[in-house]
Design a protein around this ligand. Structure first.
Ligand SMILES: *Cc1c(COP(=O)(O)O)cnc(C)c1O
Length: 391
């Protein structure tokens, strides 16, 4: 039996876009109210205030109405001015990509880079800041998704706080799936979105902004105003009695409210444990089949994404196509430098369920065998189950 490429997949185990929670889909289907209807303005304020409690930012988070690349570009344009020196911590494709936006501001960019299967050590950040005490902004990506590796962001944040620079962090694919928030990593600009671990479709950005960042943006003459890239324009838009700079994504805000209700009802600790156990089961199954993880040390591996190194002699795109055609399971490719070198099993939001690890491991092993790279699928499945039963 083969699934046609045009047929709906059975299971989407990707790293974004991810499958959405059914309750989120119901939220999206709520009536689309006029944005100045008091019922919607009240909802908008409630969603932003709820976000403040889960993001733990100093001020009420800003929603921008496009998927989180909008927030990354807007943050670079708003926070970074021509006189700044930015230390960019690069352990993967997203952090590297941020450099392009940061450089547009005319700032000097200093890069601290590690191979994309490794992570940034806090001591290396401390050393870089000792060498360049004039750094004004440090930028980092917590979980660089195309590598499936997680930087020790809270420890890095403590180093940055001691130095005094502003700390900008991309937590798009980690927030909601592992313990991190704006307070834990002392972020001045905490950039995330509901479209990964909170189980919403891609359409919104969430920014947790510190008082110092608001002051810096206000003092940055080049910070966009009257622009889709403006953060400053949205500063007070969370308040029901204040205007929106332009029409917010009404349906997506309703979807986000449903996602936050789920997250709070299940409890962040339980949600993170569900992600961690799914990842642990995936890793156990992959390793038991004799395959390798992409992260050079297992402790670098993400609880929200398992990146599997492509075995020698296997065409990665053909492997994913075989997994889909044979079993109806969709996995993610690498990206940029990791494209073709790894396959990613996503466990974010509703797909962070341990039993899906068993399916992913079995499908991975079965397709590899079909392509001539025989592995012991039974061992992989048994190891994934054992990890679940032990968890
Ligand atoms: C998904 C993601 C983003 C948003 O980018 P898209 O790929 O366009 O959705 C930004 N940063 C990280 C780390 C992400 O995983």
């Amino acid at each position: 039996m083969r699934y046609a490429t045009t047929a709906l997949p059975v299971l989407t185990l990707t790293t974004g876009p991810v499958d959405a929670y059914p309750a989120v889909l119901r939220g999206l289907a709520s009536p689309v109210l006029y944005d100045y209807d008091p019922a919607f303005q009240t909802t908008y304020q409630r969603v932003c205030e709820t976000l403040k409690s889960v993001v733990r930012s100093e001020t009420v988070p800003v929603l921008l109405h496009g998927e989180p690349v909008l927030a990354l570009e807007a943050a670079a344009a708003s926070l970074i001015g021509p006189g700044d020196v930015v230390l960019n911590l690069v352990s993967g494709v997203y952090a590297k990509g941020f450099e392009g936006w940061a450089a547009r501001s005319g700032a000097e960019i200093v890069e601290l880079a590690v191979p994309y299967d490794s992570v940034i050590e806090p001591s290396a950040v401390a050393e870089a800041l000792r060498q360049r005490p004039d750094v004004t902004i440090v930028a980092a990506c917590h979980h660089d998704t195309p590598s499936g590796t997680v930087n020790p962001i809270d420890e890095i944040g403590a180093v940055v706080a001691r130095h005094g620079a502003l700390f900008l962090v991309d937590t798009v694919s980690s927030f909601g799936g592992m313990p991190v928030d704006a307070a834990s990593c002392r972020a001045d600009m905490f950039i995330t979105g509901p479209n990964k671990c909170l189980g919403c479709p891609p359409a919104l950005s969430i920014l947790g902004v510190s008082e110092r960042s608001w002051a810096k943006m206000a003092a940055t003459a080049t910070a966009p105003r009257d622009s889709i890239l403006s953060i400053l324009d949205w500063r007070d838009a969370w308040r029901a009695d204040r205007p929106f700079p332009f029409t917010p994504s009404v349906a997506e805000v309703n979807g986000l409210e449903a996602a936050l209700d789920l997250y709070i009802a299940e409890g962040p600790d339980a949600v993170w444990a569900r992600h961690a156990l799914t990842a642990k089961a995936c890793r156990a199954g992959i390793l038991a089949m004799g395959l390798s993880l992409w992260p050079r040390e297992e402790r670098f591996a993400s609880p929200t994404c398992t990146a599997v190194r492509t075995p020698v002699g296997i065409d990665e795109a053909a492997l994913r196509a075989e997994i889909r055609a044979r079993y109806g399971v969709v996995l993610s490719s690498g990206r940029g430098e990791t494209l073709g070198r790894l396959t990613r099993i996503g466990h974010m939001g509703p797909t962070a369920q341990p039993i899906h690890a068993v399916t992913a491991v079995a499908a991975f092993g079965g397709a590899l065998a079909a392509l001539g790279h025989a592995v012991d699928v039974g061992r992989g499945v048994a190891a994934a189950l054992a990890a679940i039963d032990a968890g």
